[in-house]
Design a protein around this ligand. Structure first.
Ligand SMILES: Nc1ncnc2c1ncn2[C@@H]1O[C@H](COP(=O)(O)OP(=O)(O)OP(=O)(O)O)[C@@H](O)[C@H]1O
Ligand SMILES: [Mg+2]
Length: 239
């Protein structure tokens, strides 16, 4: 059961787009897969535990893109009303986010879908984190701690393909290195607002020796993610 944890250089950088593209491509080539966003802020709280994430949420986009139907409740685990940092949104609702609770929830979803998958077949769990790598989830935990708790997993770092990304990726990787774990893959996702740097950032990250190689998810063109999925399925690094 390969797990993929999708981390971001920040919020709004394309993590959901990348997760959806990964799931669609995995499904297209016949791989069983589910997409989960365990913690999401800025979404309608559900009155009672419900397996359907609120329409329009990242959790809902991921659930729809996967090839397997998730019936575990609640979904997402932490549906946080206010569109602010998860630790604050949770606190306002009298909650404290615990990475171990997320791990238990992910494991229970994986357990619930296992009977739907042929016994000789693997299935992929793609997990989108909320915000950036070092966004706080609680007073003592960030998304990096959550990603560690979800090990063993393949880590993908997503950044926006726009001006400033050379610094963002470089700084994020240096900070992750200082914590002893860097991502296996880096994906630049089409910028919300393209600028003069868009399109050249991946080559520049490689030329500067910051990331080799870098995958690009272009607007309306999934080819970059297609080759990334090929590598993931083959257990290789992209070339
Ligand atoms: N590959 C892409 N193609 C087209 N638009 C994109 C792409 N990547 C990002 N965007 C644009 O950037 C916006 C933010 O992307 P997305 O919602 O995937 O970011 P995110 O990192 O998941 O954000 P959040 O931190 O809120 O979860 C999208 O609404 C979309 O307009
Ligand atoms: Mg998202």
């Amino acid at each position: 059961m390969p797990r993929v944890v999708v981390l971001g250089c920040g919020t709004g950088v394309g993590k959901t787009r990348v997760c959806v593209a990964l799931l669609q491509q995995l499904a297209r080539i016949g791989q069983a897969c589910i997409g989960l966003k365990p913690i999401e802020s800025g979404i309608a709280a559900q009155d009672s535990p419900c397996p359907q994430p609120p329409p329009g949420s990242d959790a809902s986009a991921l659930a729809e893109a996967g090839s397997l139907h998730v019936t575990t409740e609640p979904h997402p685990l932490y549906a946080l009303a206010r569109p602010i940092s998860p630790h604050l949104a949770a606190r306002e609702m009298g909650l404290e986010i615990a990475p171990e609770a997320v791990v238990r929830w992910v494991a229970s979803v994986e357990h619930d879908v296992t009977p739907l998958v042929a016994s000789d077949m693997a299935f992929w769990t793609i997990i989108e984190t909320a915000g950036g790598v070092f966004s706080p989830l609680s007073r003592g935990a960030t998304n990096l701690d959550l990603a560690r708790a979800l090990e063993p997993a393949i880590w993908i770092l997503v950044a926006g393909d726009s001006l400033g990304v050379l610094h963002e990726v470089s700084a994020t990787l240096q900070a992750m290195r200082a914590h002893g774990r860097t991502p296996e893959h880096v994906v630049l996702s089409a910028a919300r607002e393209p600028d003069a740097s868009t399109g050249s950032n991946a080559a520049e990250l490689e030329a500067l020796g910051i990331v080799t190689p870098t995958t690009v998810l272009e607007r309306d063109d999934d080819r970059g993610v297609q080759s990334l999925v090929k590598c993931l399925v083959a257990g290789e690094r992209p070339t």
